[in-house]
Design a protein around this ligand. Sequence first.
Ligand SMILES: [Zn+2]
Length: 306
Amino acid sequence: MTEAHTRQQMIRIAKLCYERHLLVAMDGNLSVLLDDGNVLCTRAGCHKGFLGDDDLVVIDRRGNKVRGQGDPTSEMAMHLACYNARSDVRAVVHAHPPISVAFTIAGVSMARCVLPEVVLTLGTIPTLDYRTTGTVDLASLVGQHIRKHDALLMDRHGAVCVGGDLLEAFCRLETMEHTAFITKTALDMGGVKELPPEEASHLRSMGLKRYGGPPEAVAQADLPGADLPEACTACADAGDGQEGGAPSVLGSNVRMGRVTGAPLQTMESALSDAARFSLTGSASKTETSLERAVTDAVIRALGDEQ
Ligand SMILES: [Zn+2]
């Protein structure tokens, strides 16, 4: 693909990010690896819905500007960390998809096996511990985890999705937010049924072989559970035993919510959540999903103490 064509594609996909409500205002940034080894990226402080050719900057692999007007995106280090971590990555899209980000703020994990097609193509979507935006610290954390995932969430911030080209990275971002929307809708209706662990493992193994993925994940395709986290292959056991797969809502989510060392929800916080929600709880006689979630969380926290 020529650079001119790549620039057109970046402008089109940036506008789609805006139109699909995956970012607002000056949020987000996109980049592509060019054939000469340099990186084409969006400049700092530009609106993705009104992106023009003048908003694109070419930098080298050390972050020095080669061509273009203005400064490269402030998250340049994060993009370069993705290219440095994986030679198969040729495009990076960073956005602030609202429902996915809300999952991180609520402490609800998206590292769950719920939708078969997502398990096939993306596996689980981990949430990285909070780091200050634009820092080398955040860039190195993203670089470390992008080795095993094509889509990541950063706590209280946004998504990083990578691909062999911009369209693939964008599709992963869209899939992430669509999954968050479906999961949130199911939670609103009363709970989320996980896929049985053996089916999740089977799907993931099949997906890695059929569609590929991060090379480190593909290398695990034939291992038990493939590249799924251990907590995930046991997640269907986390429910309350009701028929059809119980809703395992708040407690198990929080426990699987981080891939790095953030503390898990404690019994104290589960109990204080329960107290808070009971003050503002529904007057309805039927137990709401939230109340059930809090009850589950308290039961699990008590279980952890034993
Ligand atoms: Zn951001």
